[in-house]
Design a protein around this ligand. Structure first.
Ligand code: HEC
Length: 128
């Protein structure tokens, strides 16, 4: 009985792992950002010091780093279809969380104006 449970569990894990690999490959393969964009995203910060402080503490870990599924800061290809959904939709999705993004993008004390400034900054095409 124990043995049956164990092999069932490992079979489930194997399926889960395969699924995870397939999904993550699918995500990273959609229009990879250029080296220039990756470089820009790594160090770019908003001009406004208050926005910059929030960005560095809450959003940059994912949006400034090419290793997550988050649309990279300055990656116009990634941001354009998202911006087309409209600012209200984007704000709602940040507040409720989306995919790999936790609710509020980890900024619990951010208001709508903060989020809007952060989104506008991240969606601005990279300047190299
Ligand atoms: C833990 C990682 C993580 C953090 C922290 C994070 N994000 Fe995200 N964000 C993501 C991921 C992943 C996506 C893509 C979600 C998807 O498409 O399923 C995303 C998508 C978005 C989108 C697009 C939503 C849409 O409707 O397409 C916006 C806007 C956004 N993030 C803003 C922010 C802001 C602002 C912050 C900081 C306050 C932030 N994020 C912090 C991971 C993160």
């Amino acid at each position: 009985m124990m043995r049956f449970n164990c092999s069932l569990t490992s079979a489930l894990w194997a399926i889960f792992a395969l699924l995870a690999i397939t999904l993550s490959t699918a995500c990273t393969n959609t229009s990879p950002p250029s080296e220039d964009v990756i470089e820009y995203a790594r160090s770019a910060t908003p001009d406004n010091p208050e926005t910059a402080e929030i960005y560095q503490r809450s959003c940059m870990a994912c949006h400034g780093n090419g290793t997550s599924d988050a649309p990279l800061t300055g990656d116009q290809t990634a941001w354009q279809p998202r911006m087309e959904k409209g600012m209200d939709t984007l704000l709602n999705n940040v507040v409720s969380g989306m995919g790999g993004m936790p609710p509020y993008g980890l900024c619990m004390d951010c208001n709508a104006a903060d989020f809007q400034a952060l989104i506008t900054f991240m969606a601005t095409p990279a300047q190299n």
